[in-house]
Design a protein around this ligand. Structure first.
Ligand code: SF4
Ligand code: SF4
Ligand code: FES
Length: 575
């Protein structure tokens, strides 16, 4: 990990904000210092993870420097603090860093007048779109209009019409009339997504955002531009016009489509997910997430969802109650012992599920247990090659073998007919090379999964389980951070929480009980696994806890502000 100067290691400077003196670490941007001091300065183009071009002018403030006395030292006022020499013209505060003795006024009559002027200017060509705009409810233009907008318009000319409904790329649609030319999307594409694809053309009132000729905004991070667009100019083609944002119930969770585990907010209504947006976590994903993970939730509404537990009765899978299903599975498994039984577990399972799976393996006396790897192309931004979100949890809990050696053993043993009972947990054995002919011949083939697949029909028993947004639990991401899934939706039909199914199965096999909640499962783990010592599910904060010292997935993308501070500090040490 690079050495990042901590706040404590940076020299502090004194800054007067709205008449009160504060101390901030050197290198803090003035707009952030004002916010920390409780004086929020409105902004459009400024974003803390991007460079600051200072082009919207919404963050104008009054600024001054200490007045120097004849001895070239700051003249002190009656309060013993430096007197401020105020500059006659307002300044932007998003592109300025704090410095010793700086004075700032964020709420003076001049500042308020400037904000009203900027708002009037920005709204000159803006359409009255709020009733049909997807951004309504989370639009900075709406919010600041309430505080600084005029009630009436002084604009007599015709508004400039700009392109509407432009497909900037496969997932992003632009309504250019709403664009306030802040350039956040352009800077994000260039600085974070490393795809310099957007730019402005034409001049003055006719300036238009567009993709470079022959190009599209189609990189795997394109939907982050929709998140950071402060108005409703950039919209998600998937989410557009589907749901008003104030109807969405928001749940903090994380993406389970790769090992990075980007922190998210799931927006759902009436048990349907409408969107996922990134949640800031500098230890994982900064403020971003990839489009692949963001849009990977439709399968929860799939027609292939398994809804009822079923048991094979006379060559047909028949629906049964959960009690009957668990009893049948336990009875089927009791017919075999040890290495006649194999468990195909999944790196998509939570730690709690993996813990109970390991207990199941011990009860059955089998060491043939492993997870199925899933990989894909990664990048050096966020997307990990490991598409299992909890490979590290499976390794820590000894479900995953080193380099998949046990998985190969299982495949061979099933193919040679040595395995009599195969338990498949959230995986399709066909996808890891076991042929349908072999699966159809297995005396016992238990499936616990949320979707049916081409091999489900060969099962002797099917146990429908839940998806990532329908359950609670924890996982360890590629960098060793323990994170918590929260439930955003109810599961469909009779599908049950995976940990409950495994708990019931263990109890049916062993006769024991004592686990009533998922917290009980975590408590057992924390008592046995040193990495979880002292933790409970609720003590894993919304931002997760580092439990393993690993650095196997890419870190969050560039944070220019901090890099600037670091570079400046290094320069200073060299002088
Ligand atoms: S589309 Fe949005 S983010 Fe891009 S320049 Fe316009 S207002 Fe800014
Ligand atoms: S990088 Fe990985 S965890 Fe993050 S959003 Fe994409 S698939 Fe999900
Ligand atoms: S936020 Fe400072 S100029 Fe735009």
């Amino acid at each position: 990990m690079p050495d990042t100067p901590t706040v404590a290691s940076l020299p502090m400077v004194n800054v007067q904000i709205d008449g009160v003196w504060h101390q901030f670490p050197k290198g803090t941007r003035l707009i952030e210092a004002c916010e920390l001091a409780g004086s929020y300065v409105p902004r459009y183009c400024y974003h803390k993870k991007l460079s600051s071009p200072g082009n919207c002018r919404m963050c104008l403030i009054e600024m001054g420097m200490p007045r120097m006395g004849p001895d070239r030292k700051p003249a002190l006022g009656d309060d013993g603090k430096p007197e401020i020499n105020w500059m006659p013209r307002p300044q932007i505060c998003c592109a300025t860093d704090v410095s010793e003795g700086l004075g700032v006024r964020t709420n003076s009559p001049l500042v308020e007048e400037c904000r009203r002027g900027v708002m009037e200017f920005l709204l000159i060509n803006h359409p009255l779109d709020c009733p049909i705009c997807d951004q309504a409810g989370e639009c900075r233009l709406q919010e600041f209009s309430v505080e600084y907008g005029r009630q009436d318009s002084r604009f007599l000319e015709n508004k400039v019409k700009k392109p509407k409904n432009v497909e900037l790329g496969p997932r992003v649609t632009l309504d250019d009339e709403r664009c306030i030319l802040c350039s956040r999307c352009i800077r994000f594409s260039k600085e974070i997504a490393q795809d310099d694809v957007l730019g402005f053309i034409d001049r003055g009132s006719y300036t238009t955002l567009t993709a470079h000729p022959g190009r599209q905004l189609e990189n795997n991070y394109s939907l982050n531009t929709v998140d950071i667009c402060p108005v409703g100019a950039l919209t998600s083609s998937d989410f557009r016009f589907k749901m008003r944002v104030w109807f969405l119930k928001e749940t903090k969770s994380f993406c389970t489509s790769c090992a990075t585990g980007c922190n998210t907010i799931i927006g759902a209504r009436e048990n349907v997910i409408y969107r996922q947006t990134p949640r800031e976590n500098d230890a994982v994903n900064s403020c971003w997430m990839c489009d692949y993970g963001r849009l990977n939730f439709d399968y929860l509404q799939s027609e292939r969802r398994l809804l009822t537990p079923t048991v094979r009765i006379q060559d047909k899978l028949e629906p049964v109650s959960w009690k009957q299903a668990i009893e049948t599975v336990a009875a089927q498994l009791k017919r075999y012992v040890g290495r006649q039984i194999a468990i195909l577990a999944s790196g998509r399972m939570t730690n709690e599920e993996l813990w109970l799976t390991m207990r199941l393996a011990k009860l059955l006396g089998t060491s043939l247990i492993d997870i199925v790897p899933h990989t894909g192309a990664g990048d050096d931004i966020l997307l990990s090659e490991d598409r299992n979100p909890n490979t590290n949890g499976a390794r820590l809990l000894r479900v995953a073998s080193d380099s998949g050696t046990v998985l190969q053993e299982i495949k061979d043993a099933v193919s040679f007919g040595h395995i009599k009972a195969l338990i498949s947990l959230g995986e399709n054995p066909g996808r890891c090379g076991i042929s349908p002919d072999v699966l159809s011949e297995l005396p016992v083939f238990i499936i616990m999964d949320l979707l049916s697949n081409e091999n489900t029909g060969f099962a002797s028993c099917v146990l429908p389980s839940l998806g990532f947004a329908e359950k609670r639990g924890s996982m360890i991401n590629g960098k060793g951070r323990l994170q918590r899934l929260n439930r955003a939706l109810r599961g469909p039909g009779q599908a049950r929480d995976d940990w409950e199914i495994l708990r019931d199965l263990n109890q049916a096999l062993s006769g024991g009980n004592g686990i009533y909640t998922i917290e009980d499962v975590f408590r057992e783990m924390s008592e046995a696994v040193p990495e979880f010592a002292g933790l409970t599910l609720s003590r894993i904060s919304d931002l997760g806890v580092q439990v393993l010292d690993l650095d196997k997935s890419p870190g969050p993308p560039g944070e220019p502000a901090r890099e600037k501070v670091r570079a400046r500090e290094q320069e200073k040490h060299l002088q």
